[in-house]
Design a binder for this molecule. Structure first.
Ligand SMILES: Cc1ncc(COP(=O)(O)O)c(C=O)c1O
Length: 362
């Protein structure tokens, strides 16, 4: 499979920008990037992180850390400003405005559509099957990939946001086979740490049409750091590197991402994941007792989607008690739906109190 034939020709033909940090070593007397020789802020952190200097475009330590974390080679890794940037880069590299298309299966994460709209790419929706627990309509999806011209990116999410369900390995392989020579399958695994399912990162070697997105924003408790990783064939990584900003990650973010994935933070991550799983099971048991909850979906992530008679009233009720939940009721197929994040034990107790009182006044 020749990845270059899927990319926008102007991106393949373009001579990429070469930054100072990319064209020379970052030691010695640095007079090649028009930086200041020392910071103006009298704080040891500024010295330690050399904040007067441009950071490394793809810091070796961080790349190695992410490659180790996700069990892949460094050549298959691009570190980005969150997965949001990965989604944006993929769309910009692979979709010709007005001609090419992305495929999504709604309800799903909203940024796939936004990135496509900004790029003027077409959006083909293969809606999930609401009556079958929001299962993906794989038959329809394969048909779209095979028959529709210009499909370049197929976005799938496992566990899915907001429905929380998983894609089986068997189904994934079917879609990968349908994508061969035609499109890239972008598998967004933002929430994969919260379940026991195996990541698809190890399949990247076998399927050059597979791109996996991982993030430090969820289980790694570092959403403010803005650090995501694109895992893909080296040819895909090379193309994304042509369009990514010269210095995408702030030095402070690089440092924070390294801190968030080492030592005690790794142990805390594991404890957090198991507490989320317990909290999720606890909230599911609680919701079963609420006769005013019409239905909720079994989730493998750190949230639960549920349906009630009046999602706006429930969202307002919680907001009046200082608790923010997410109203999804205006989205197709999600009438009456809200999404609850599994918080700390105290936060969950407060949420349950608010839900209890909501049920009692009904
Ligand atoms: C499925 C999914 N992918 C990606 C993201 C964004 O991740 P990041 O914070 O790494 O940009 C989110 C955020 O909620 C998400 O739900």
């Amino acid at each position: 499979m020749d990845i270059n034939t899927l990319a926008r020709p102007e991106i393949v033909a373009m001579k990429p920008y070469v930054s100072a940090r990319n064209s020379a070593a970052a030691d010695g007397i640095l007079l090649n990037a028009n930086e200041a020789p020392f910071p103006h802020v009298d704080d040891p952190e500024w010295q330690r992180l050399a904040l007067n200097r441009y950071p490394s475009p793809q810091p070796v330590l961080l790349k190695t850390r992410m490659a180790d974390l996700y069990g892949v080679a460094e050549s298959n890794v691009l570190v980005t400003r969150g997965s949001d940037e990965g989604i944006d880069l993929l769309t910009r590299v692979f979709c010709r405005p007005g001609q090419d298309a992305i495929v999504e299966c709604t309800p799903c994460f909203g940024m796939y559509r936004i990135a496509a709209t900004i790029q003027a790419a077409k959006i083909i929706d293969v809606p999930r099957l609401a009556r079958q627990g929001f299962q993906i309509d794989f038959g329809q999806l394969e048909q779209v990939i095979e028959s529709q011209a210009g499909v370049r990116l197929v976005f799938l999410t496992t566990p899915n946001n907001p429905t929380g369900d998983l894609i089986t390995r068997e189904a994934l392989v079917r879609v990968l086979e349908a994508c061969e020579d035609k499109a890239l399958l972008v598998l967004d695994e933002a929430y994969i740490e919260f379940c026991t399912a195996e990541s698809a990162c190890s399949l990247v070697d076998k399927y050059p049409q597979l791109v996996v997105l991982r993030t430090l924003s969820k289980a790694w408790a570092a959403a403010g750091v803005r650090c995501g990783t694109v895992i893909a064939d080296a040819a895909v990584i090379g193309l994304l590197q042509r369009v990514i900003a010269p210095y995408p990650l702030a030095a402070t973010a690089i440092d924070a991402a390294l801190q968030a994935t080492t030592g005690a933070a790794v142990v805390r991550q594991q404890n957090f994941v198991s507490s989320v799983r317990q909290g999720r099971a606890d909230l599911q048991r609680f919701l079963l007792e609420c006769d005013w909850v019409k239905e909720f979906w079994d989730s493998k992530a750190n949230f639960i989607l549920l349906r009630v008679a009046d999602a706006v009233a429930l969202t307002d009720w919680c907001a009046d008690r200082g608790i923010r939940i997410r109203d999804f009721s205006s989205q197709p197929q999600l009438e009456g739906c809200v999404r609850l994040t599994i918080g700390s034990r105290e936060e969950q107790a407060a949420l349950k109190t608010a839900l209890q009182s909501y049920g009692e006044q009904k």
